[in-house]
Design a protein around this ligand. Structure first.
Ligand code: UDP
Ligand code: MN
Length: 274
């Protein structure tokens, strides 16, 4: 009998667009040769056709509910209200992005059958084996670097290491929905508050796509473990930054189709690109 894995990569999809993202992510994880489970948390908003490729890739599909949050909380964090209370000035969120859905990430803490989970956003791809992250403590995350040095003070919740626990989940729900509370960057602001002593992972465990043009000196293909397409998504048609990000978009499509993927370490870094 093959023992059930104690470790899992976990992602979240609440609509068909993110299921597409998760398919590229799952393809990329399979290529690393990991033996950990790949768990896809999905809500009722995703139909079976969109989930089928994930099933083919051997992912464990786990249907989850939205969190039990008050109407006032949901109202404050609804897309229109959040975008006007805390506008995004650096990039643009696609129309299929619903900020409230982000909080479903916290459902990971209910997966108590695993000792450790590594959460990865559905808009990311894994470029090398990262199983060593399962030995890292809760709560580990990489900094939210995409513009300047000051970004190193903040974490990005697109990649993190966590230990599922009913007790932690309960405490999270308690802190999450206080009267008038506003988590301006949703789960990210919440997790930073909940884990003030978070452990910092190297930036290469969550390399944000904008670094390609904002801080090209930091970019080094052979060092990157996870590439994260924050803001505009690589499957959006002709988004405002598509021309500048073309080599990264092309790479994502290789992982999405499951076809040939070039040798990552030999890709041209931005300072060398034509
Ligand atoms: N997500 C989702 N549906 C949504 C919004 C978010 O499934 O409507 C999930 C998905 O895994 C996504 C993650 O939550 O990758 C965070 O959102 P996103 O990656 O779009 O945020 P960004 O990285 O651009 O800040
Ligand atoms: Mn993301």
């Amino acid at each position: 009998m093959i023992p059930a894995p104690h470790f899992a990569y976990v992602t979240l999809v609440t609509n068909a667009d993110y299921a597409m993202g998760a398919t590229a992510l799952a393809n990329s994880l399979r290529r690393t040769g990991t033996e950990a489970a790949i768990v896809v948390l999905h809500t009722g908003g995703v139909d079976a056709t969109a989930l089928a490729p994930l099933e083919t890739l051997g992912c464990r599909l786990v249907e989850v509910e939205h969190l039990p949050l008050s109407d006032a909380f949901n109202e404050r964090h609804a897309r229109g209200n959040l975008h006007s209370a805390a506008p995004f000035t650096k990039g643009r969120k696609p129309a299929f992005h619903s900020p409230l859905d982000n909080f479903c990430k916290l459902r990971l803490w209910k997966l108590v059958e695993y000792e450790r989970c590594v959460f990865i956003d559905a808009d990311a791809i894994v470029l090398k084996n990262i199983d060593k992250l399962f030995a890292y403590p809760e709560f580990s995350a990489a900094p939210n670097v995409y513009e300047s040095l000051a970004d190193f003070r903040r974490l990005n919740s697109g990649v993190f290491v966590a230990r599922p626990s009913e007790e932690t989940f309960r405490q999270m729900l308690e802190l999450l929905d206080q009267p008038d509370v506003f988590w301006r960057r949703t789960d990210q602001t919440f997790l930073e508050t909940f884990f003030p002593g978070w452990h910092g992972l190297p930036v290469y465990f969550n390399m944000l796509q904008y670094v390609w043009f904002t801080m090209p000196a930091l970019w080094e293909w052979k060092s990157i473990s996870i590439l994260h397409y924050q803001y505009e998504k690589p499957w959006e048609k002709d988004h405002p930054k598509a021309t500048r990000l073309q080599p990264l978009i092309d790479l994502w499509h290789c992982f999405h189709t499951g076809g040939h993927v070039p040798e990552i370490a030999s890709l041209a870094n931005p300072d060398e690109a034509a």
